[in-house]
Structure formats: C-alpha cells, structure tokens
Design a protein around this ligand. Structure first.
Ligand SMILES: [Fe+2]
Length: 150
C-alpha cells in the first residue's frame, strides 16, 4: 500500500510546527502588558510541546521512508501559517488570538494526518497524530478560556 499521502502530510506538519514555534517565540519576546508574568513562561511550555511533536512526526516520517524538510526556507515556503514581522503595538489579546488561530489550524492539519494515515493503513502515524491533536485541542480550550470575557 502506498504511503505517499501520509508522508506528504507529515512534511506539511514539519513545516507548520516549525513556523508555529517561531510564532510562539515571537509572542514570548514581544509580549507586553497585563498577564506577562504568567503568559511569558506559558509560551515556553507551548514551544516545548510543539518541539516534541515536531521531533516525533519528523522521525516517524524518516521511519516510514520519507525525508523531512529541514531548512528555514523550506519551512517558510511549505507552511500555511502566516508569520510576519511584528512591533510593540500589538495587544496581548491580539497576540493570543493569533496563537489560538494557529492552534486551530494545527488541529485541522493533524486531522488530515489522522485521515491519511488511516486510509493508508498506518496505525502508528495515526496514533501519533491522534495524541498530537488531543494536546492541541487542550491548548485551544485553555487559550479560549484565557480570551473569554467571562
Ligand atoms: Fe525566554
């Protein structure tokens, strides 16, 4: 059975997770205002989580015969996450909303991984994506709660 689609989606994840990590780093560095003391270290936690999934999925891709993209240029070209230079005038709320939107995108992208791996009979990759999606959904819940008015 072919696993081309699974390999393609894994590489999409490698690029997206790399760019998502850069976005979290940007949020961590450019943060100002109420909530800084708890949100600044929280971004470190998010980066650790994304890096763990990135490494897991990259190595799974190699295990099933693929080759992960590995340069900043490839990450930027392949990723669908829009990462732009920022300045000091973006509010905490807008920064967190951008982080939330990125996690929602990752949840959809991981669902594509679940579907492709399932169709191509790769239960291990399907399991990795299922776990990764669960983690991302939990973060979505937490960011949604942080951004809620009440
Ligand atoms: Fe730091």
């Amino acid at each position: 059975m072919s696993n081309e689609n699974t390999k393609k989606i894994l590489n999409q994840s490698v690029a997206d997770l790399s760019v998502a990590t850069a976005l979290i780093h940007q949020t961590h560095w450019y943060m100002r205002g109420a909530g800084f003391l708890k949100l600044h270290p929280y971004m470190d936690k998010l980066m650790d989580g994304l890096n763990d999934v990135l490494d897991e999925l990259s190595e799974r891709l190699i295990t099933i015969g693929g080759s992960p993209v590995s340069t900043l240029k490839e990450f930027d070209e392949l990723s669908k996450i829009d990462l732009q230079p920022t300045d000091w005038n973006v509010s905490m709320k807008d920064r967190l909303a951008k982080v939330l939107a990125t996690y929602k995108y990752l949840a959809e992208q991981f669902q594509e991984g679940i579907d492709a791996a399932s169709e191509e009979g790769d239960a291990v990759t399907e399991g990795l994506y299922t776990d990764a999606k669960g983690d991302v959904e939990k973060t979505i819940w937490m960011l949604d709660a942080e951004l809620a008015d009440r």
